[in-house]
Design a protein around this ligand. Structure first.
Ligand code: MLT
Length: 411
């Protein structure tokens, strides 16, 4: 028989969200009458903005003509979209990027999962804990860790606890890391990294020749003007950081698929002989080998996000979700539940009442109030005793969820 990649056998059960789906399905089968409200997976519910639909329709029509037909596009993305990204997402924040530093893709999950391929398997990798599971699992698959330990950690992976005491913003460690994943606004805690915190990380990375993988998929939900949207707002970051951005939550593209990753030209790694190597060139090589580009109509749809109408319509949707976040925060606070996040992020991170275990609270919420959330422990050992609610729901459903929690949950 053919030998498998045994690293996959180190992985725990299923990926978090399918596991939640499995449990909810089982509950629904036993309780077919239950009207379940889903605030678990962070998936958008509002329809795409009219400006996006219109641009995509036009692009589809164009594809039906001889002159307007597009076959394979550039793997890295069309210039019309890359220019719009640079001019709208970066230039106003004082960040200058070149077109070849932006790679359009079909998702930040894929990019943040795939990026580790271009680094050596011996690299010392750190994640904040709790953490978006993709960063951990993809390093496990690649063989960059040892076994899964009873503590909930993988051997060989460095975990930086993010907790109430450090405002869910762990400082750089004493030890030398090769790679660190940071996510701000954070999934799952909803916390953001301040300018000072980010600067400390950039300084650390420069001193320690470490690369920061900065996931900014939720930057559009930041309303506090003091909080950086991009790591490149910090001086020197282009020498040490890769940034992931997505249209998924910003513009409702979870079902359309479009994102981008910035890999600056100045970012360098070293080969086995100790010679400096361009990370941008490596990612470009990988991207061109394994990816054929995002479809033309979808890139046109993404470009429309930057038109004045597109911007206004997208902002309206973001505000809608952030109003939900406020409803959840305040509704839970009224019950004396300790909540975090939800002010510059679409996730609310709550301390489980009576210190319940995360999965126990998941079951309680599902059985007593018919609400689905995400157990904090699914994001790492430091998430135990916490729970995540997503603000990506219809307003009426979110209001009802909070009413149900207030009335039906036996606290
Ligand atoms: C989440 O709920 O954490 C997100 O939907 C995951 C993702 O964006 O892949």
């Amino acid at each position: 028989m053919t030998k498998i990649n045994s690293n996959y056998q180190k992985l725990q059960a299923g990926y978090l969200f399918p596991e939640i789906g499995r449990r909810v399905k089982a509950f629904q089968q036993e309780n077919p009458q239950a009207d379940i409200i889903r605030l678990g997976i962070g998936d958008v519910v509002l329809p795409l903005a009219p400006a996006i639909i219109s641009a995509m329709k036009d692009a589809v029509e164009e594809m039906g003509t001889l002159q307007g037909f597009h076959g394979y596009g550039p793997e890295q993305g069309y210039d019309f979209l890359i220019n719009a990204i640079i001019q709208n997402d970066y230039a106003p924040r004082g960040v200058q990027l070149k077109n070849n530093e932006v790679f359009v893709s079909d998702g930040s999950k894929c990019d943040s999962g795939n990026i580790q391929e271009i680094f050596d398997t011996t690299c010392k990798v750190a994640v904040t804990d709790p953490v978006y599971p993709v960063y951990v699992d993809t390093n496990v698959m690649a063989g960059r860790t040892g076994a899964y330990l009873t503590s909930g950690h993988y051997e060989g992976m460095v975990y930086l606890p993010a907790n109430k005491e450090n405002q869910f913003s762990p400082p750089p460690p004493q030890e030398k890391l090769d790679i660190v994943y940071l996510c701000s606004p954070n999934n799952p805690t909803g916390a953001t990294l301040s300018r000072e915190a980010l600067k400390a990380w950039v300084d650390y990375a420069r001193q320690n020749e470490c690369i920061i993988l900065f996931d900014a998929a939720y930057e559009a939900f930041i309303s506090d003007p003091e909080i950086p949207h991009s790591i490149y707002e910090i001086e020197g970051a282009k020498e040490v950081a890769i940034e992931f951005r997505s249209f998924s939550k910003t513009a409702g593209f979870t079902g359309l698929r479009c994102a981008y990753t910035v890999v600056p030209e100045n970012l360098k790694g070293k080969n086995n002989s100790g010679e400096s190597v361009s990370i941008n060139a490596l990612w470009n090589r990988r991207h061109c080998t394994k990816f054929n580009g995002v479809s033309y109509p979808v890139q046109k749809a993404a470009e429309a996000c930057y038109s004045p109408e597109g911007q206004a319509q997208i902002q309206e949707n973001i505000q809608y979700y952030m109003n939900n976040a406020k409803t959840i925060r305040e509704g839970l606070q009224k019950l004396g539940i300790e909540v975090f996040g939800g002010d510059n992020a679409p996730y609310i991170w709550l301390k489980t009442p009576q210190n319940a275990k995360s999965w126990d609270f998941f079951d309680q919420l599902l059985t007593q109030a018919h609400i689905v959330g995400t157990p904090g422990s699914g994001f790492g050992p430091s998430g135990e005793g916490y729970f995540r609610l997503s603000a990506f729901g219809l307003k009426e459903k979110v209001n009802e969820a909070i009413e149900r929690i207030q009335k039906k949950l036996q606290l």
